[in-house]
Design a protein around this ligand. Structure first.
Ligand code: PMP
Ligand code: GLN
Length: 390
């Protein structure tokens, strides 16, 4: 093998686990409960708007901030669900998925050496983007079974180099939902130290057990120091469209845009009016979406306990984390996921990839299963897991 030519700041991150495990699922014909994407289509009317847009000639570069119809729909959505108003011309930016909004926020705001406080485990792009910006991740460990953030640890992690608090609720991979009180505490810390909050809220509508997601910007002191990020992927079962957004005060959105314009310039035009249509769906759509997913959460949690896993019941998201130590003597989640794929025909994600190298031991024995799949697919996975675990 020739020596790697990958830039040193990216070398620690290798290939994303999602690409690796989805390729393995395809190769083995295994049931993919790894990468978080639904296996059924979203609302017909949303899909139809995309088709009509292509047929209607909406096939050239849209405006840099995103199409007006979508920016207006995003602003209306934030007002409807969170009571927060945004100016759709200056405070709403359309991005290539939430992934680009995160990258744009970090690349657009961070100086080399700046520190970003972030929950650990964390969605895998955070560490890589912080590294691409030449900045430093300062992780706050969330520990099972409840995965609640320890606010003393949060406060103790602040230094003179801290610039951003990067939070994620509902949280991937744990399914933890921050309470309003916890978010208020985070906002007090941000105010006290004059920090920017970047809040990844992509699972905002996938919340269970009658609870409600609180957007950080609902807390009045947070509105003008927070970039709120979300995406149409999870809410409308269109993860492959990569339509996301960032909302916040104009000066912060301008910083995200300054990076975004040189990453993708603009995003796919025909999907923008389609996601706009989705965002204007009636409340029942959003309620039913969460209810259906809650049923799948219950189904998969039952399967895991019948198969002998200890698991941590998620309050939200697509994912449930399980401890594999009762099933794999050496407690190695990576090895376990390989065995599970080859022997049982079910793919999961080893949670260790969501941890920094220094805390890898905390996630080594944990694996994540996705339940955003059809009932019959989870039932089939259940059969395979039960047979395998016997
Ligand atoms: N943030 C979190 C926490 C995620 O789980 C994901 C994965 N979908 C993203 C961001 C990226 O979202 P998108 O596909 O819209 O880029
Ligand atoms: N967010 C999804 C997950 O955590 C997948 C995103 C991706 O493939 N990058 O599984």
């Amino acid at each position: 093998m020739p020596p790697s030519v990958v830039a040193s700041r990216l070398q620690p991150f290798g290939t994303t686990i999602f690409a690796e495990m989805s390729a393995l699922a395809a190769e083995l014909g295994a049931i993919n409960l790894g990468q978080g994407f639904p296996d059924s289509d979203g609302p017909r009317e949303v899909l139809d708007v995309a088709i009509e847009s292509i047929n209607g000639g909406l096939n050239q570069y849209p405006p840099g901030m995103g199409m007006q119809v979508l920016r207006e729909a995003i602003a209306q959505h934030q007002q409807r669900f969170y009571g927060v108003s945004y100016n759709c011309d200056t405070e709403v930016l359309v991005t290539a998925g939430a992934t680009e909004a995160i990258a744009g926020a970090l690349l657009g705001l961070l100086e080399p050496g700046d520190e970003v406080i972030v929950f650990e485990p964390m969605y895998d792009s955070y560490q890589a983007c912080i590294a691409m910006a030449g900045a430093v991740s300062v992780p706050i460990l969330l520990e099972p079974p409840m995965y609640r953030p320890n606010m003393d640890a949060f406060e103790a992690a602040i230094t003179t180099r801290t610039k951003i608090l990067l939070i994620n609720s509902p949280h991937n991979p744990t399914g933890m939902l921050l309470t309003r009180e916890e978010q208020e505490h985070i906002v007090r810390i941000a105010e006290q130290h004059n920090l920017i909050i970047v809040s990844d809220e992509v699972y905002e509508h996938l919340v269970f057990d009658g609870q409600r997601h609180v957007s950080i910007a609902e807390i009045p002191q947070a509105r003008n120091r927070s970039i709120v990020i979300s995406s149409g992927g999870k809410t409308f079962h269109t993860t492959g469209w990569k339509v996301g957004w960032a909302v916040g005060p104009a000066h912060l959105i301008a910083a995200v845009r300054s990076a975004k314009q040189f990453l993708t310039y603009v995003n796919a035009a025909p999907f923008q009016p389609a996601i706009a249509r989705g965002l204007l769906m009636p409340d029942e759509y959003f309620t039913q979406l969460a209810k259906n997913l809650e049923d799948r959460r219950n189904q998969l949690c039952d399967v895991l306990s019948e198969s002998g896993f200890q698991y941590f019941r998620p309050q939200a998201t697509y994912f449930v984390t399980a401890d594999i130590r009762s099933m794999q003597a050496n407690g190695d989640g990576r090895e376990f996921c390989q065995r599970l794929a080859h022997e049982a025909g079910v793919v999961a994600i080893p949670n260790v990839v969501f941890y920094t190298p220094q805390n890898a031991h905390s996630g080594r024995h944990l694996v994540r299963f996705a339940f955003c799949k059809q009932e019959k697919v989870i039932a089939q996975a259940a059969q395979r897991l039960r047979n395998w675990a016997q």
